[in-house]
Design a binder for this molecule. Sequence first.
Ligand code: PHB
Length: 397
Amino acid sequence: MKTQVAIIGAGPAGLMLAHLLHLAGIESVIIEARSRGYVEGRIRAGVLEQGTVDLLSATGVGERMRREGLLHQGIEIGFAGKRHRIDMQQLTGQAVMVYGQHEVVKDLIEARLHEGGEIVFEAGSVSIVGFDGASPLVRYEADGMKREIHCDYIAGCDGFHGVCRPSVPANALTIYERDYPFGWLGVLADAAPSQDELVYMNHTNGFALFSMRSPTVTRLYLQCDPSEDIAHWSDDRIWGELLCRFKCSDGWQPNVGRITQKSITPMRSFVTEPMQFGRLFLAGDAAHIVPPTGAKGMNLAIADVRVLARALVDFYIGGSTARLEHYSQICLRRIWKAQRFSWWMTSMLHQFPDANPFDRRRQIADLDYVTSSLIAARSLAENYVGLPMDEPDQWNG
Ligand code: PHB
């Protein structure tokens, strides 16, 4: 088989890239190791920046999101038993949309298949070769047969544990990373959200986050030990800890309901530089990871492929490789700012086991500052709704 762009991974990055390329008349094939049911059911974060919302809408895949997504004009930051609202709409003129990542994935898969696009699910033994030269090749197995795709470019959109990044010679990449001494225990509960906006809560027992998925489903997270066995967290223990951490002087608390899903995720910050090697371009989690506190993961993935799609359009339609050559540089400038924001939100809101009394006082000062200074709140809001996707650069014609 032959195509113009072979895309590894049917997550938000790979699917959105295929969609954007299709709109420009560029051919692609998506190769995904998992089944369609698996990728459509994979529960991840669910906050879309204004720029992501606008891109989904402008490219014709935002219809269900606009109908079912929940528009949020503010968030709350809590500490010392009190919640403080950050009015993003007033501070920035923008808002975010709460809409599960797997819903975005479902919408993009449906659009892709409707457009006649090809997605190979459950591809076995996926490998990529030849991208250091002019003839990249993707190998995989389907229906017990070995297959090959010849292409001009490969987009590595296969996540942090995917095959693309490790296929690059290790000495060609520099990795910048930081692990955190905690993880998030996330639950989905059949309970009506007890208020309309998210609550990021700093508590002496550890961070807690109140979020939602629909008018009947609450999404909650608790800071926990990353190596903890989920079996040690009974539903009663989870609710006990959630109600304790969210306890507020005004009596607000989440509604309790049946827990339908629970899991523990570790937290890390990670950046690969550059995000390109020869004719392989890494996008999304394959190139970078943020801790989820800033809700940036999927948004960064979408921003990467927006740049990559433009660069490929410049090449196929305009005959210029300038933007492809500067892909990493264009993406990394914005990625590092999102890294900084995610690290800062994480540092401000979690309990660090090695923190001394000075660190704890400084953390409370950070929270007090950001919830009492309009200028500090505005900076938080600007980053939360998402920095501009189009920063002026010499490749923006
Ligand atoms: C979520 O709803 O899953 C969510 C919301 C905000 C975050 C992270 C996750 O910062």
